[in-house]
Design a binder for this molecule. Structure first.
Ligand SMILES: *Cc1c(COP(=O)(O)O)cnc(C)c1O
Length: 397
């Protein structure tokens, strides 16, 4: 880093977001440069030898290190308050690498059942093939965590708030139980973003992101990140990424790095808009359920407000009239797009039961509260009144 690390750690978040970890080349560019290069050259053969023996610290090959990607990793680590970070090509690459880099045959993973569809696939279909025992619990049920973690475990995986039903899990309570059971806690913090919730402050060991969501926030590229202490990143994550190759491209790293400049103001506006939309939907007779963490009616409202500094950009609601009513509503939207993506500047709505969670059995969906009438809304950065007008006309149509 140009300014020393200690100084940058003391900067407030907004300064870190704009300037953290900026490295200038010999041209003294204002904006961070994109180093679109797969490899690097050496002055002498001896230098290459030393680099491969890790006697000198320099870039060797972009599968395991690139200056633009390194700026993104270091800036994100500053914001999270983590010692180190590795970027990945997508959020799923981050989730998979964060678990596969240390779990081995015979190990036990305890995970909260309500999670992003592909995360569930990793837990239910991939890890068990390599001999990892996976036990799923209801994340909001303290007794189930206690029971599952009364036996030794190696890892705990959870997301909070969850997708799509916005359940909020007690990070401190789960981390305490997990550590007593000998497990490392990995938290998927996508819905809360690095600004609204800092899982490590509640005891989490590893935080993972889909940078595709709010970090890019403008629907342009995929990316992911794993944050933890230096030992875990250096000893476990780095060799896994180096040798298996789920590396973030330098171009995407640059897009994500520049997106961090505006992350705070975008997330603040997402939250303001989402709260206004949630409040406008309160009390509607055609909705049988409305879920937003900042609303006092949310089942874990108190916990949400203790763990998060705002409610986030996601709202879920259930229309009376099941799938037909939900489809009619979605098809009548004029401004808001039908899309399974989220955390975008454009407001996006989807029907989880037939898209993101269609792979689950009807029983599994019912267990997670994903009913046929449920719609998930990712509130964007348009004027909140236009979002509310669109929702209102779509309900009426
Ligand atoms: C989108 C998402 C992921 C996966 O991220 P990709 O970048 O799409 O691979 C993982 N977890 C959560 C909670 C997500 O929303």
């Amino acid at each position: 880093m140009a300014t020393n690390d200690e100084t940058q750690r003391k900067w407030r978040t907004r300064t870190q977001l704009v300037r953290g970890a900026t490295e200038r080349s010999e041209f003294n560019e204002t904006s961070e440069a994109i180093f679109m290069t797969s490899g690097y050259v050496y002055e002498r053969a001896e230098e290459a030898e030393q680099a491969f023996k890790q006697e000198i610290d320099r870039f060797v090959y972009s599968r395991f290190g690139n200056p633009t990607t390194a700026m993104f990793e270091k800036r994100l680590a500053l914001i999270e308050g983590a010692q180190a970070c590795r970027a990945t090509a997508s959020g799923m690459a981050a989730v998979y690498a964060s678990l596969a880099c240390f779990l081995q045959a015979g190990d036990r993973l305890v995970a909260a059942r309500a999670m992003f569809g592909s995360c569930l696939y990793i837990c239910q279909n991939i890890l068990p093939r390599f001999g990892v025992q996976v036990d799923l619990v209801d994340g909001t049920d303290a007794a189930q965590w206690e029971k599952a973690l009364s036996k030794p475990a190696n890892a705990v995986f959870l997301e909070t708030p969850t997708n799509p039903a916005l359940e909020v899990i007690d990070l401190r309570a789960v981390c305490d139980l997990a550590h007593k059971a000998g497990a490392r806690v990995v938290v998927d913090n996508v819905f809360a973003t690095p600004l609204l919730q800092k899982p490590m402050q509640f005891g989490a060991d590893v935080v993972v992101y889909s940078a595709t969501k709010h970090i890019d926030g403008q629907g342009r590229c995929l990316g992911g990140a794993i944050l933890s202490d230096s030992e875990f990143i250096v000893d476990k994550v780095t060799p896994f990424i180096r040798h298996t190759g789920p590396t973030l491209s330098p171009f995407n790293a640059w897009v994500l790095l520049k997106s961090l400049d505006t992350l705070e103001m975008r997330v603040r506006q997402h939250c303001e808009n989402a709260l206004a939309v949630a409040q406008a939907l309160q009390g509607r007779k055609d909705l049988t359920r409305l879920l937003y963490p900042s609303l006092p009616s949310h089942p874990q409202h108190k916990l949400a407000m203790a763990q998060m500094s705002a409610g986030g950009s996601m709202i879920a609601f259930e229309l009376a009239g099941g799938k037909a009513a939900a489809f009619r509503f979605l098809n009548n939207l004029k401004l808001i797009d039908i899309s399974n993506n989220l955390g975008d500047s454009k407001s996006l709505a989807c029907h989880p039961a037939t898209t993101t969670h269609q792979r689950l059995t009807p029983e599994e969906r019912a267990h997670l509260g994903i009913t046929d009438g449920m719609v998930r809304l990712s509130v964007g950065l348009e004027d909140a009144s236009d979002i509310i007008d669109d929702l209102t006309q779509a309900f009426a149509a």
